[in-house]
Design a protein around this ligand. Structure first.
Ligand SMILES: [Zn+2]
Length: 683
């Protein structure tokens, strides 16, 4: 097929555009070149529009380096493991090019799909011939097994074909979940290269569903939400409204499918989305459903949807989110707990749930331009998402506890209880991290009718345009998150008036902003976008100065495990103690913080280039109990009234404690870890 060679030509041209900073044109013949991670250019209820990934080039900063590890180590190693475990052979088995048994869970098809999506988003930043070749080999093999009617799945074939898309199967079969990931991979790959091969296959499958299923046709259930946001993105990509309608139908549930209440809770599907009042059930399903529902709102403006989304978001923020941005406190059902049920060592906080929150909040931000959503994204990104992949890009967490003995009990993810592993039979998290980091350049900025929003801080070069068509380049220079200064240089194509909306993070009290050396007075408010409206011209400079003094964070008293404890945060990073860094401390259970002297005096910051890929550590003079608390019996009598309280008093000695960023834990020998630390008041 000649199309196979066209992408290379187009890519070679696009690479030229990146090195010689010519504008990225949104030409009618190549509409894919101007489309962002979520393509909102025609979404009537989106206040913000995405900037294409290819319009932002990241430098060698914090995320630039994480992306480099992802593309050089993580993506090739996960591909090799998908091959080794036979998940790619599942397609070859059906095309008869290999005689093998089917391997992996029912949703194993999604692993090659998500890997292709990750490659697709990375290719939007520049060509990678080896990755492109691998991706296109898989795409050819996937498309080869599509049935004439459009159905494509490696599990429901042969004698299992009779189980396809019937009510009994849709609860657990993940057929639509798999299609959702196929569509997202197809769209990402199309946006990278213009290659429509996988996209056309996805469209064929979606058309089959739209034709045969729906309110007056056969009933359909998502089971594991995911396809909703993919269908809305397919609508945005093709302009075909039937995909939006199918997403709306799935979000609304079908009354004809009579399902037990606990399954409706667990699957977060099958009942009207607008009937939900709180986050419950499987956390990843809930986050994907919320993302899809927000996509639906952005296209339809349905106020009932908005009311539900706002209610669910408040429920998350006020009782169900870890300080790391992690979500889902129960292993049982990988689910949300009750409000304030946020255990530390038993936290589930699956990496995918934090990524789901990141995707959901991006859509809520697009609807409103409200920085509270960006705050949640930043918290999740730097902590609960980033911790999910090791520093060398070859090992992954599935659950992300906030306290650990260094080894978890053997469980269904990790047979020997190892915290980080190269592979999980349920592989959802690793390629999910890859696609998120690959797409990051597309999350730094958005445009609005009156200007441009700067959401995240990373040394980078933007080369895009305002919505009135004026070309605009913005350079960011920063050592964030280790340093708090961010320098922006704006270069509009011609002088003109517009607004730069500069995000002031919610944690950043005392932030200062100056424009061309002149302080901007007033209105610099944490947790808001600062609107800088003026006539901008080439070379204009804006400096943001964030106070990076470490902060102590307490939680609501109903989070019982955190009573009498604090967490330490510096900038967007949550910190932890790993015992490896505390010589002379037998157990982290015996350690306490001894705050005093006020902010800025409790911690010494020290950048260590040679530690954990280069991190700022926080040194604190805390205390450690002499008679170790960890030696106490389960229960002991407390004698009160005068004198020492027998068995409850311990002499403490000072101890020099060293905190590392939470994301970097479990990258050395197995060691206990703790985020929430007792607070020794000296009484
Ligand atoms: Zn996962």
């Amino acid at each position: 097929m000649t199309r196979r060679f066209r992408p290379f030509v187009i890519l070679a041209m696009s690479l030229g555009c990146v090195s010689a900073p010519a504008r990225i044109e949104q030409s009618a013949s190549q509409p894919w070149r101007g489309q962002g991670v979520v393509h909102l250019d025609k979404s009537p209820y989106a206040k913000l529009r995405s900037v294409p990934i290819r319009a932002v080039r990241m430098q060698d900063g914090f995320w630039g380096r994480r992306r480099k590890v992802t593309i050089e180590k993580s993506i090739p190693s996960i591909r090799a493991l998908i091959e080794e475990h036979g998940y790619a052979d599942n397609f070859r088995r059906l095309s008869k090019s290999k005689k093998v048994e089917r391997k992996g869970p029912v949703f194993a098809d999604t692993d090659p799909y998500k890997w292709i999506e990750a490659v697709g988003v990375f290719l939007q930043s520049g060509d990678q011939p080896q990755l492109r070749q691998w991706a296109e080999e898989w795409i050819d093999e996937i498309v080869a097994i599509q049935e004439p009617g459009g159905y494509l799945n490696t599990n429901f074939v042969g004698e299992k074909a009779s189980q396809r898309l019937i009510p009994e199967t849709m609860e657990w079969g993940h057929e639509l979940y798999s299609l959702g990931h196929m569509l997202q991979a197809a769209i990402a790959y199309y946006r990278a290269t213009g290659n429509r091969k996988l996209l056309d296959a996805g469209i064929k499958f979606a058309d089959y569903l739209a034709r045969d299923f729906g309110p007056d046709k056969k009933p359909l259930l998502a089971g594991h939400p995911e396809v909703e946001m993919a269908l809305v993105e397919l609508y945005r990509t093709t302009g075909e409204r039937r995909y939006l309608e199918l997403a709306g139908y799935l979000l609304n549930g079908d009354k004809r499918l009579d399902r037990p209440a606990h399954r409706i809770v667990y699957t977060f599907s099958g009942t009207p989305f607008t009937a939900r009042t709180r986050l419950q059930g499987h956390a990843v399903r809930a986050m994907y459903a919320c993302s899809g529902a927000t996509d639906y709102y952005l296209e339809t403006g349905d106020r009932q949807y908005w009311g539900t989304l706002e209610r669910l978001w408040q429920d998350m923020l006020n009782g169900k989110m870890y300080v790391t941005g992690g979500l889902g406190s129960r292993w049982d059902g990988e689910s949300f707990g009750a409000s304030y049920e946020l255990p530390n060592s038993r936290a589930y906080a699956e990496t995918c749930a934090a990524i789901g929150s990141f995707m959901w909040n991006w859509r809520m931000l697009a609807a409103t331009g409200d920085a509270r959503f960006t705050d949640v994204m930043e918290r999740a990104l730097y902590n609960a998402i980033n911790v999910g992949m090791s520093l060398d890009g070859t090992l992954y967490c599935y659950a992300n506890p906030l306290e650990s003995s260094g080894k978890s009990d053997p469980n269904w993810h990790s047979k020997d209880g190892t915290v980080r592993n190269p592979w999980y039979d349920v592989l959802c998290c690793p390629p999910n991290i890859q696609r998120t980091l690959g797409a990051l350049p597309g999350y730094l900025y958005s445009t609005s009718k009156d200007g441009i929003y700067a959401h995240f801080f990373e040394s980078s070069d933007l080369d895009w345009r305002l919505e009135d068509g004026t070309g605009l380049k913005i350079t960011q220079k920063t050592g964030y998150p280790w340093e708090g200064n961010v320098d922006f240089t704006l270069n509009p194509e011609r002088p003109g008036e517009f607004t730069l909306y500069l995000r002031i993070p919610g944690w950043a009290a005392g932030a200062k902003v100056s424009a061309n050396g002149q302080a901007v007075n007033g209105a610099v408010e944490p947790g808001k976008y600062l609107a800088l409206r003026r006539r901008w011209q080439a070379g204009d400079r804006v400096r943001l100065e964030l106070d990076m003094t470490p902060q102590l964070v307490a939680s609501h008293p109903l989070v019982l495990e955190n009573a009498g404890r604090v967490a330490v945060q510096r900038g967007p990073l949550v910190y932890c103690l790993e015992r490896t860094d505390q010589p002379g401390v037998r157990s982290l259970q015996d350690v306490a913080l001894a705050p005093g002297g006020g902010p800025g005096k409790e911690f010494r910051t020290e950048f260590r280039a040679g530690l954990l890929g280069g991190v700022t550590v926080l040194k604190h003079r805390g205390t450690v109990k002499e008679g170790a608390l960890s030696d106490q019996p389960l229960y002991r009598r407390v004698l009160t009234g005068g004198g020492a309280e027998a068995g409850t008093r311990h002499s403490s000695r000072p101890a020099e404690l060293t905190f590392i960023p939470y994301y970097a834990w479990a990258n050395r020998e197995p060691s206990p870890m703790r985020v929430w630390i007792p607070y020794d008041t000296g009484r």
